[in-house]
Write a protein that binds this ligand. Structure first.
Ligand SMILES: Nc1ncnc2c1ncn2[C@@H]1O[C@H](COP(=O)(O)OP(=O)(O)OP(=O)(O)O)[C@@H](O)[C@H]1O
Ligand SMILES: [Mg+2]
Length: 334
């Protein structure tokens, strides 16, 4: 039987802006099983971060969740009161933010930021406040060792700006993992890093996932990363999921023209003669969108029939696509 950790159903998250109502996430549904790694891909502005900020209870005015349900281990999170959310966040679900420099507090040392999380959430710390602090300090040092900060004793009391970009990402992961959460949401953990550090950070997350039996959501622009680390993948476009399925099946045989476009824009070492084909055009404004396929204006397959609301439809085992004319011309691989 499936052990569902996270279930998002028909989530709609909006921002009430001067230009009108921006529907950043429009009817997103997904579920994640225990121990699974789910990749979430899509170009900038497709609603990846807003979807998972909604899960973390981090949508603030002018933003709001207009509709839908989010359950974590069968517990409803939409409408959860702020105190209950604070207990959950960091301890049971942790998220590493896209931009480590702005997510870390510049006024506190790295050690203080990890210790603070442990003091807030770790029930295994015992004794007086001073004793708890000492234990938390030891654990924090262990965490920094675990994420591969070289000579952590000497770096422990440095401030975030004294670390390189890769080190800051590791510190964020250390903070996120400090309380051994059951779900880790990693928002673009490696986008700002060079390729070798990128691989190290991803291997680190994969290793800890295995060790702790943690479930992981990996948000990324990079389908290569998804191919290597994720069991399943969802592809987002303009606030909606347009394709989902087991990673190997989606990559070998993408059904949505947008997924195919993403795959065609990846350079491949095995085929240097092939021209990279960027997807023409840009993501539509998310204000007052008409009821039609959102990819229509960029799609070579678009027909008049696409000018209607398009629902997700089955397209293979455990697979769905939001397209009236799905299919793979010529197949694909990464
Ligand atoms: N506070 C806000 N006010 C108004 N609009 C917002 C706000 N936050 C996000 N949005 C809009 O929501 C949409 C989705 O943004 P989101 O950050 O989820 O994209 P993303 O897929 O994570 O992109 P990226 O890959 O660049 O991180 C964007 O159009 C963005 O402009
Ligand atoms: Mg984002």
């Amino acid at each position: 039987m499936r052990d569902t950790v996270l279930q998002i159903s028909d989530l709609k998250t909006c921002f009430d802006t001067r230009d009108g109502m921006v529907t950043a996430v429009d009817g997103v549904s997904l579920s994640l099983n225990r121990g699974e790694c789910l990749g979430v891909v899509g170009e900038s502005g497709s609603g990846k971060s807003v979807t998972f900020a909604s899960v973390m209870g981090l949508i603030k005015k002018p933003g709001f969740i207009a509709n839908g349900s989010i359950t974590f281990e069968k517990r409803e999170l939409v409408g959860l009161d702020p105190t209950a959310y604070r207990k959950l966040r960091g301890k049971e679900i942790a998220m590493t933010m896209q931009d480590a420099l702005t997510a870390l507090n510049p006024a506190y040392t790295v050690s203080n930021q990890i210790i603070e999380v442990l003091l807030a959430h770790d029930d295994t710390l015992t004794g007086s406040r001073k004793a708890k602090r000492k234990q938390a300090r030891e654990q924090a040092l262990e965490m920094l060792k675990l994420v591969g900060i070289p000579s952590p004793e000497s770096r422990f009391d440095d401030y975030p700006h004294q670390f390189s970009g890769g080190m800051r990402q590791r510190v964020m992961i250390a903070i996120a993992l400090a309380c051994k959460p059951r779900l880790l949401i990693a928002d673009e953990p490696t986008t700002a890093l060079d390729v070798t550090i990128q691989a190290q950070v991803l291997e680190l997350i994969a290793g800890i996932r295995e060790k702790l039996g943690m479930s992981v959501i990996l948000i990324t622009h990079d389908l290569g990363v998804v191919a290597e680390y994720c069991d399943n993948v969802v592809v987002m476009y303009a606030g909606q999921i347009v394709e989902r399925g087991p990673t190997h099946a989606v990559i070998a045989n993408p059904q949505h023209p947008y997924t195919q476009g993403l795959l065609n824009s990846i350079p491949r070492l095995s085929d240097l003669a092939r021209r990279i084909e960027p997807i023409k055009g840009t993501v539509p404004e998310l204000v007052n969108l008409p009821a039609q396929c959102r990819f229509m204006d960029r799609c070579t397959r678009a027909r008049p029939a696409c000018k209607t609301h398009i629902a997700m439809q089955d397209c293979g085992p455990e697979r769905e696509v939001r397209c009236l004319f799905p299919g793979t011309p010529g197949g694909g691989d990464v």
